[in-house]
Design a protein around this ligand. Sequence first.
Ligand SMILES: [Zn+2]
Length: 139
Amino acid sequence: MRRSRSNSKEIKSQVEHRDRSLASTIRELYPNVKEIVFDFTLDSYDARALSSGRFKPDKKIHRFLPSGKAWFEFPCLFSECDGRFKLREEIQNMVARHLVESSGTKHCGGTQHIPTRGTGLSCDAWLDYKITITFHDAG
Ligand SMILES: [Zn+2]
C-alpha cells in the first residue's frame, strides 16, 4: 500500500497530536493542583492593519482540571501561522514556587504562510496572559 505524502504542516500536527496524547495528566504531574485557568488576550498589529481597524483582540479563557492533559501550548491568533505559545515552564515555575497568580506577555515569533500575502512572513502576534492556579492545600 502506498502512503500518501503529507505536507510539513500535516506532519507537524500529527506529531503534536502524538505528543499531546502522550502527555501526563495534570493530576499525575502536579498532584497538588486543583485548577489552572488561563486568561488570554491575543493581539497583532498586522491583524489590526489588515482588517482596517475592525480587528478586536481575541480574548479567551482556558480552564484545566486535574483530569486534563498537562499540555500547555496554544495556537497563534493566525491559523496560517506555525507559531505556538508555550506556557509549560511558567506552569512548572508557578507550581514549584506555589504561586497562585502570574501574568506576562509572549511573542509568537512563528512564520505565516498566507497565499495572498506570500509565505515566510514573520508573525507579529502576541499573547497577554494571566494564569491562576488553585492548589488543593490553599487556604
Ligand atoms: Zn503567529
